[in-house]
Design a binder for this molecule. Sequence first.
Ligand code: MLT
Length: 333
Amino acid sequence: MRPSTVPRLIAAFTAVSLVAACSGDGGAGEGGGYPDQNITIVVPFSAGGPTDTVTRMIADPMAKALGGRIVVQNVEGAGGTVAAGQVATAQPDGYTVLMHHIGMSTAPALYKDLPYQPLADFATIGLVTEVPMTVVARPDFAPATFADLTAYLKANAGTVTLANAGIGAASHLCGLLLQSAAGVKLQEVPYQGTGPALTDLVGGQVDVMCDQTTNTTGQITAGKVKAYAVTTPERVKNLPDLPTTTEAGMPQLQVSVWHGLYVPAGTPDEVVRKLSGALTTALADPAVVEQMAKLGTAPVPAADATPEAHRAHLQEQIATWGKVIADAGVKAS
Ligand code: MLT
């Protein structure tokens, strides 16, 4: 994975029951018969959004590699922390897996009463992908360019609405960076995921949003939202006309959204290895590579789809974002 892109400026942060059945005799207890029942991958945001999209891309090829069945379940709420809290206390048998993103590393600094500790309560399976973000607006939003947008936000801060997927979501983080760099405070409108938020943006119910290319590419290409910039150092291949935030004059707005898979701490190592192996196989699947490319992203290199690389990245990101967020003095609760 390329070095994480971290903002250099943040001044104004403002703030189903899971299928966790016991493995039964000889099931996942030692990992020997694993899997012998359905595996659930919990997605912490709405169906149809970017996290859900990436999860569904890899679920089938992973299931095939494991010789089992994978069910995707959306458990929404509190910027992804509701789902993470549930998976943290699920049976550590490999049948309840969490897909989460950069929010796993920002939540400890944002939430005073977070009901889990990412490093202590989860075993890492492997990194999945790292997705660029785009700054988008409703189709009839007045500003034409990113410079126009910045000027418009400054002039109309009191009335502009900024959609996000809750405190701790990638869209929330990116929105904070945008506001900080522009020196404005917008009206934030939280959703359970950027899937529904994007629907409202297309419909004109909200004005602006930062969101991942895995959610926005189709709508940008179809002209259903206005796109201003991409938040990565390089342009995105299939959105070639979209300038980077650096090109557009806001180099401080740099963020890309890494994703990874987790199981509860205490899951047998053999099960973790099987899941990680299946992830590596899924990420090498040409259909997955193609689907991701169409949405502006790519699988991580095989060496990063491992428990060790994922854990090291999580550790580094918690430290990095923790400092940024602490310096800014933001808390969600
Ligand atoms: C989602 O799947 O809805 C997103 O990843 C939300 C976000 O983090 O902005």
